[in-house]
Design a binder for this molecule. Structure first.
Ligand code: SF4
Length: 62
């Protein structure tokens, strides 16, 4: 499983990067990107938190 971001939904708020900068990065194009396709177990709770806090529900596990 790896986190994915739906760029049709992402509004570039940067919340995911604030919660888990090891996995999410907000770029100049206004979208967040997954920079770690295989987060280790210690990062999974932070990814889950980012999923919960994303205001548009753009992040999911795939
Ligand atoms: S929290 Fe959601 S909407 Fe905000 S930058 Fe991250 S993916 Fe995009």
């Amino acid at each position: 499983m790896h986190p994915v971001i739906d760029h049709d939904e992402c509004i570039g708020c940067g919340q995911c990067e604030q919660v888990c900068p090891e996995v999410f990065e907000l770029r100049d194009d206004g979208f967040a990107y997954v920079i770690n396709e295989a987060p280790n177990e210690t990062l999974i709770p932070e990814v889950d938190e980012a999923i919960e806090e994303c205001p548009t529900g753009a992040i999911s596990w795939e």
